[in-house]
Write a protein that binds this ligand. Sequence first.
Ligand code: GDP
Length: 435
Amino acid sequence: MVLQDLGRRINAAVTDLTRAPTLDEKAFDGMIKTISNALAEADVNIKLVANLRKTIKASVKFHELPPHANKKRIIQKAVFDALVDIVDPHQKEYVPKKGKSNVIMFVGLQGAGKTTTCTKLARWYQARGFKTCLVCADTFRAGAFDQLKQNATKAKIPYYGSLTQTDPVVVARDGVEKFKKERFEVIIVDTSGRHHQEDALFAEMVEIQTAVQPHQTIMVLDASIGQAAESQSRAFKETADFGAIIITKTDGAAAGGGAISAVAATHTPIVFIGTGEHLLDLEKFNPQSFVSKLLGMGDIQGLAEHVQSLNLNQKDTMKNITEGKFSNIMKMGPLSKMAGMIPGMGGMMQGMDDEEGGMKLKRMIYICDSMTVKELDSDGRMFVEQPTRMTRVARGSGTSVREVEELLTQQRMMGGIAKKMKGGMQNMQKAQGQM
Ligand code: GDP
């Protein structure tokens, strides 16, 4: 997972400092240095790291702190705010409006994840009630249209493309015109990411932009791009002037700091991140939530958003989760994916790769499979009252009593968290009502 190791190192630096016997300025400087090194090693742009050093130092003013000030709190907040600053360009993103045709054009190098992300984003808007469609304006790569067609069909999203027309500008214009006439609300245009020469690629991007007049252009960046992100995103910005960034493959092993630095290089917000190959693996990006998650502080807002994106019956789901019913908790998807969003739970799955996380999840499903309907619909208290139930379930599922207990503990945590999520969900719905 992108920057996961970085988060752990930053946390450790702050914790080490606040546990140190003498919390003096020298120790404080040492912490800033450790954090800076960790950021630089994660490929975060060196100028940004230098700025962060200055910002933390300036905002804490160590030697001016009153003797009884809560130094830990102040330092934690300064680190948090400085990290948020790196990923927050303070630029507003374009928000598509219902009842009108919003054209979104994707740009980025081949292999960055454009086609996959176009479909993910189309599904994201579709799940939020927008009439959504896709246009394939990549006529350069053989098979591009086929790929988009396959993805779109799977997601049940209308699409447009041509097997015979070789001019991408014509395809883009025809597709957008057709869908505008049909009153589609979100029209996403996928473009080519490679050409014989880079100049030709950039010229084509501009021509398509002129032809379809997008309300928003999104640049797709692969998380593993490293330090090259800065020059690449600048080059795209100068030509295509994108207004938003999506970082893909954040589930991979790449450090990811390079792609994240593109925000500062181009003063452009990250709007989503790709978290896997599946259609649902797209998360709305929010600087505060991102840093919260990075530092293992959880992300209730993100969790609420995740539940909403599953398109379950929200009222019932929230009610049942609050009541702690297993059957509904399992519907919320891979616990490994949600773990980082849940305060205090990120650590539980830490250090596991996807396969391990998947195995763990499978065992949890086996456990649930071995429960009776009554047990599944319970709040878990009957297991405490009759511990033999745990032994029976463990035996039936081929797991251990300890694993059954662990699942029960999670269920209790989720119940408590769901109560907090209700607040988050309500805030989010309010915000969406203003769209
Ligand atoms: P394009 O050339 O920019 O259109 O890139 P594609 O959409 O064809 O994606 C290239 C590869 O990256 C494909 O194998 C995708 O499945 C994969 N991919 C895209 N986004 C993600 C992501 O967020 N996570 C992972 N693990 N793979 C991704």
